[in-house]
Design a protein around this ligand. Sequence first.
Ligand code: ATR
Length: 270
Amino acid sequence: MQQAALDYLQVGADYHAFELTPEELPQALPMLAERGARGLNLTVPHKAVVLGHLAALSEAAKRAGSANTLTFTENGIYGHTTDGPGFARAIREEFSIDLRGLRILILGAGGAARAVAVQCVLDEADEVHVANRTFAKAEEVVEVLRGLWHRERLLGPMDPLKAHPLDPDALKAVLDQMDLIVNCTSLGLGPGDDSPLPARVIQPHHLVYDTIYRPARTPLMRAAGQSGARVANGLSMLLHQGALSLETWLGVEAPLAVMRAALRKAAGLS
Ligand code: ATR
């Protein structure tokens, strides 16, 4: 999708994939700069590893503790993250709704979960719950969220930020109160994977977003579909984080339709 956008905009640049170990990244960065690279996208595990090797970080990257978009400048390498903002745009596109005021349950506590959870707090969601198989990791993410929860608001009897074990029956009472459920676990990537939540705890009023996009209809989406909930997969998040990266590098509006068509083609959807 990036190459399609660069070609469409007639930038005269190439987008390449490089496979590097985290140990190789520090030497690779100056080499890429020397060879005229203007920008770089990073994926796991580089998004966190790179933080110590940058001249400057955007506020969003600082808050998320992660950078997926680097820009090579005269003054060094600038790091930014478009994962959280891309997620917010994806939710707006899929469900015609903003994160503000929503009660949100995030499944998982890895890098993707943290980026999504941070965005939910920055965009003033009403409640953010994090449920993870390893409970201690959910607690760690919620600690990060507490540091960002600056709003002066009356706290009710319920804590608006809460960690939970990933146990569908124990989550039932929380689920009753949720507007949006976001899967950030890797459950669904593997061919025989179960849904992280069974259909019986998902309700028709829920909006269900799975950050997984391959398979296009994930086990969670199937379970949610059975319950009558509205569902979407992570292709829109992939699209919007990429579009925001391109905008960071070029300072022009990304050609979304061109990028979407290229992405769908690459994902085997058209
Ligand atoms: P990413 O950076 O893409 O978010 P990650 O850091 O490896 O990836 O996180 C994977 C997430 O999927 C974690 O929340 C993980 O739960 P644990 O912290 O308990 O490992 C979750 N996950 C992976 N396999 C799972 C499974 N079989 N059941 C439940 N959760 C699972």
